[in-house]
Write a protein that binds this ligand. Structure first.
Ligand SMILES: [Zn+2]
Length: 147
C-alpha cells in the first residue's frame, strides 16, 4: 500500500490546467447566444462585467454603484451584488475568476468560457457551430460560368 501511494504522485501528477468539459462548452455557447453583448462592460485591467441570469439593474448602473458604493440598504446591496458576474482574466490562462457560484468553486463557468468564445479564443463546440450539410460538399465551379 505504501509503495502504491509513493508512486501515485508520479503516475497521476497534479492537474496544471483546467479541462473545460464539452457540457460546459455547450452551456457557455448557449449563454453567449442569449447574451446582449453591449451589456458586457470592461471594468478595468482584465476585469469584465456580465449580466447575471436575473439582473435587477443594468450593467452600466452597476458600474456606477461599483465606483460610488452608495447603497441605501442591505437589500439594495444584495440586488446590486446579484445583478452581474465579475469575470477576471488577469491570470491570462485558466483558472479564470468569476464571481458566480460555479466560477468560485470550479474555476470554470459559462461566463468565463462564454467570453473566451466571444473573443474567438476558443472554438465553438462542433455540434453547435455551423456544420456542413449531408453529403459531399458542392463542387466549386469556375468563375464566370453558367449552370
Ligand atoms: Zn461565472
Amino acid at each position: 500500500m505504501l509503495y502504491d501511494w509513493s508512486l501515485a504522485s508520479a503516475n497521476t501528477p497534479f492537474a496544471i490546467q483546467i479541462e473545460f468539459t464539452n457540457d460546459l462548452a455547450t452551456r457557455a455557447y448557449q449563454w453567449l447566444q442569449k447574451l446582449d453583448r453591449t451589456k458586457v462592460l470592461h471594468l478595468g485591467a482584465a476585469s469584465y462585467v456580465v449580466p447575471s441570469s436575473e439582473p435587477k439593474m443594468d450593467t452600466s448602473l452597476w458600474v456606477q454603484y461599483y465606483h460610488s458604493m452608495s447603497w441605501n440598504s442591505y437589500g439594495e446591496f444584495i440586488d446590486w451584488l446579484n445583478s452581474v458576474r465579475l469575470v477576471d482574466f488577469s491570470s491570462l490562462t485558466p483558472p479564470l475568476f468569476c464571481s458566480c457560484k460555479y466560477g468560485l468553486k470550479e474555476y470554470s463557468c459559462i461566463h468565463s468560457l462564454g467570453l473566451i468564445m466571444m473573443w474567438d479564443h476558443r472554438k465553438v463546440p462542433q455540434a453547435l457551430g455551423i456544420r456542413r450539410g449531408k453529403g459531399r460538399p458542392k463542387k466549386v465551379k469556375l468563375a464566370l460560368t453558367k449552370d
